[in-house]
Design a protein around this ligand. Structure first.
Ligand SMILES: Cc1cc2nc3c(=O)[nH]c(=O)nc-3n(C[C@H](O)[C@H](O)[C@H](O)COP(=O)(O)O)c2cc1C
Length: 248
């Protein structure tokens, strides 16, 4: 089955709010989107690619994946596949790199390469959010058309209270739905039997197709069958027992 679900590129950066991006990836996938996840090296301190792969049923990419994907530079391929790019959580560092037009890693490279709408969902300590450098970077990016969703105010994990909390996952999901509606009736990726291409340096990640699965099942069944013994027909001659001579 050809999959026409829109692709959301979810960027994840180094924040304690990283685990909420797993919930978001799961919700987007269940909502009918294909979700390509790109994690920065900072994000890897908090969350692992496998958690995202388990909920999106697709490869999750890191800086280790830098190379060729589907015959193209990976940041270009991912940038062009995306109907929308959402970075959640977005750190002060990521916002700064993006505002300066720096592209030292996969996520910032594709942010510069994409023509899709970009949404940033910041998460950081209140003082960081209020810092003039961050305020200037946010204002500069907004002038360039980047949309900011959140942060909301509340008690932060660092113990301070104020703006800096990642926007609620449900609201981030609703924002994506508003920008890029998806057909909810589309098959969940786990039912689509897609095979994902692995980038260099990354383990291949693939889902078996229904055809592969049934082949696998019949091969297993074949293996379980007991090996056939060579059939020896009993003839009158060899069925006759030789007289046994008992030693006394
Ligand atoms: C425990 C811990 C929590 C952090 N949480 C945040 C955060 O919520 N927001 C933020 O902007 N930076 C946070 N940082 C700092 C970033 O991880 C750091 O700036 C890193 O370079 C970000 O890299 P990245 O933007 O490439 O992911 C945190 C650091 C640590 C050690």
């Amino acid at each position: 089955m050809k999959n026409s679900a829109p692709t959301v590129l979810l960027g994840v950066t180094g924040s304690v709010a990283g685990s909420r991006a797993i919930e978001l990836a799961s919700q987007l996938t269940k909502g009918g989107y294909l979700v390509d996840v790109v994690l920065t090296s900072g994000a890897l301190h908090f969350v692992r690619p496998l958690a995202f792969e388990a909920v999106t049923h697709r490869c999750a990419y890191t800086d280790e994946s830098h190379g060729i994907l589907a015959g193209r530079a990976i940041h270009i391929e991912l940038a062009e596949r995306a109907r929308v790019v959402l970075v959640a959580p977005a750190t002060a560092d990521l916002i700064g790199r993006y505002a300066c037009g720096l592209a030292p890693d996969l996520l910032t490279s594709l942010l510069l390469a994409t023509a899709a709408p970009v949404l940033l969902a910041p998460a950081m300590n209140t003082q960081m959010w209020k810092h003039p450098a961050v305020r200037d970077n946010v204002a500069l990016l907004e002038r360039r058309g980047v949309r900011f969703v959140g942060p909301e105010s509340g008690l932060l994990s660092c113990g301070t209270e104020g703006p800096g909390r990642l926007w609620p996952v449900d609201q981030l999901y609703a924002k994506i739905r508003e920008l890029v509606p998806a057909e909810t009736h589309l098959l969940h990726p786990s039912k689509q039997g897609r095979k994902e291409l692995a980038a260099p340096g990354q383990r291949p990640f693939s889902l078996p197709s229904e055809e592969d699965k049934s082949k696998e099942v019949s091969e297993m069944a074949e293996k379980k069958k007991p090996a056939k013994k060579p059939t020896t027909r009993k003839t009158e001659k060899n069925s006759k027992k030789a007289p046994t001579s008992k030693k006394k």
